[in-house]
Design a binder for this molecule. Structure first.
Ligand code: GDP
Length: 312
């Protein structure tokens, strides 16, 4: 079995305010994914208007971070149970999750909710015990709470082996030991690379790309975002989309986008394991599968239980 060792796809999950956004900002800065003259002037995952209004993270975003020879796609996941369908769909695009827990506050209702979803999907977890700098942080107690929660939620034996990395996203420090913080994000990256499975390389098989999120842009119109589950895709390719009502519709991929940092960039081709955005069909919906014309093969329908939110 070939693996795409150059990629990791993970979702970042947490109770609100436990530090997801700060952590992703810090990983971006540390990795140098930004050029020197480019600033993190937009917080990595906290830019939507609705989020600002409600003060919670509800819009899904992908942040692609280059570390050594690997691209780590970090998908933000809403913590709120109202977005259960979206959480499930995002988790279909990844092989593992980084569960961020406040080292003082411990596990909270949204920690439980998002972890339950991740364990159900059989994803590989790592735990980031954040805010280790807080004077009243209680790392060993909180790790026990986390372990109890894993057991209670029915984690399997492999999931129970989760590695822990201790961090202060605020100060840019991390370590595999609670009391030996170093000014580096390397331990977080290393834990991701060592523990989260690389996607299986099925580039030579017929294309399957399931649209998981939708976006819209004035220049290119509707954009479907998803992971290439199988095969490869390129700009200009004639493809078929398997509609939910069982019909098929042909279209040409007019543009293909990959991700770098917080930005979407135009690319010419992509292959199994990549998370991409495609345009070319106005009538594209969440859950539909894009396939080659001579290999119409739909993936199982996804759960959608809320208005589709935009990915910006
Ligand atoms: P999110 O809701 O999970 O995205 O949380 P944020 O990243 O927005 O962080 C919520 C608050 O916690 C902000 O005020 C951050 O500055 C603060 N915070 C994040 N990480 C740390 C940390 O490592 N230590 C401390 N003391 N505060 C942190």
């Amino acid at each position: 079995m070939q693996l795409r060792e150059d990629i990791r796809n993970i979702a970042i999950i947490a109770h609100v305010d436990h530090g997801k956004t700060t952590l992703v900002d810090q990983l971006l800065k540390y990795s140098g994914t930004f050029r020197e003259n480019e600033q993190v002037d937009e917080r990595a995952m906290d830019t939507g208007d609705i989020e600002k209004e409600r003060g919670i993270t509800i819009l899904a975003k992908n942040t692609a971070i280059n570390y050594k020879d690997t691209t780590i796609n970090i998908l933000d996941t809403p913590g709120h149970a109202d977005f259960g369908g979206e959480v499930e769909r995002i988790m279909k695009m990844v092989d593992g999750v980084a569960l961020v827990v406040d080292a003082y506050e411990g596990t909270m209702p949204q920690t439980r909710f998002v972890l339950m979803k991740a364990l159900e999907q059989k994803l590989t977890p790592i735990v980031v015990l954040n805010k280790i700098d807080r004077p009243n942080a209680r790392p060993s107690e909180v790790i026990d709470e986390v372990l109890d929660l894993f057991i209670e939620l029915g984690a399997d034996d492999e999931q129970l082996e989760f590695p822990v990395v201790y961090a202060s996203a605020l100060n840019g420090t991390s370590s595999e030991e609670p009391d030996q913080q170093e000014e580096t994000m390397d331990p977080v990256f290393k834990t991701i690379l060592d523990h989260i499975p690389a996607p299986v390389d099925t580039t030579d098989e017929p294309l399957q790309l399931q649209v998981t999120l939708l976006d819209y842009n004035d220049y290119v119109g509707r954009i479907g975002v998803g992971r290439i589950v199988r095969g490869s895709i390129r700009v200009g390719q004639q493809v078929t989309v398997m509609k939910k009502d069982g019909t098929q519709k042909s279209f040409r991929i007019s543009k293909l986008f990959g991700f770098t940092g917080l930005k979407r960039i135009e690319i010419q081709e992509a292959k199994s394991g990549d998370i991409v955005a495609v345009s070319g069909l106005e009538d594209l919906n969440v859950g539909e599968t894009i396939c080659p014309q001579d290999h119409p093969d739909a993936l199982p329908i996804l759960r959608i239980d809320e208005p589709t939110l935009q990915m910006t």
